[in-house]
Design a protein around this ligand. Sequence first.
Ligand SMILES: O=C(O)c1cc(=O)[nH]c(=O)n1[C@@H]1O[C@H](COP(=O)(O)O)[C@@H](O)[C@H]1O
Length: 280
Amino acid sequence: MESFGARLHRAVAERGPLCVGIDPHPGLLARWGLADDVEGLDRFSRTVVDALGDRVAVVKPQSAFFERFGSRGIAVLESTIRQLRNAGALVLLDVKRGDIGSTVSAYASAYLDPSSPLYVDAVTASPYLGVGSLAPMFELAATHGGGVFVLALTSNPEGAAVQRAVGADGRTVAQTVIDEITQLNRGAEPLGSFGLVVGATIGDTGHDLSAVHGPLLAPGLGAQGATAADLRTVFGASLPAVLPSYSREVLHAGPDPAALRAAAERSLADCRSALAVVAD
Ligand SMILES: O=C(O)c1cc(=O)[nH]c(=O)n1[C@@H]1O[C@H](COP(=O)(O)O)[C@@H](O)[C@H]1O
């Protein structure tokens, strides 16, 4: 069985380093001329899948926007996941789950067990009950070729107070997360399956990401103010591992599928030139 890291490495080589989020905000539904209901949610998601599912490496549905419609919203999420997988995109479900280990086992079954209706290629996870509490997710991901992206240095300004706090051993919380994920990826080829989330908005991180050997998801581009050029400042020598992620910046171009594709292509072109700096 091929690991998530290997699948991601191939997808990025074939389709380019880009993740597009499906974040059906009420304001975006209105902008697209859709009602703020389950039918609007379904139409929005189908439009994104039809426009981008066959060309973007990773698509990241934001679970919250589906959950707010209850069980019918989750049914749309299940169907969106299936459509994306059929179109050949890797699906990264943004759920930012985290809990004590025994409960994390249930989250792992929900998202990383191939027999689950919400089975995806990878999920986002929150490490603030301890990175070790996420072990059941790491184990199930490793068993079934899945991936886990753990929050390290998030794009929102409030994150720093927690993430840059210094522990008894002198390391920041974020560096502890970085170091533990680095351990999980040891020996993986060509890329580890355990990623970190590092916001594109945060400037020079002051943290050492050079040994992680896993994907670095970079949200915060576009609507939150970061540009592709900022990726150089944030990631420096780690640029080749960066997976830039845009939601509203691309989604604002809809609902015309050609306009969505053009917006994704523009974002990809910007990121390619930013990421190429190290390779040159
Ligand atoms: O895990 C994430 O994707 C994430 C982490 C982070 O630090 N910041 C962040 O914005 N995100 C998510 O990325 C998306 C950003 O959306 P836009 O600001 O519209 O591009 C949202 O779904 C956020 O929940």
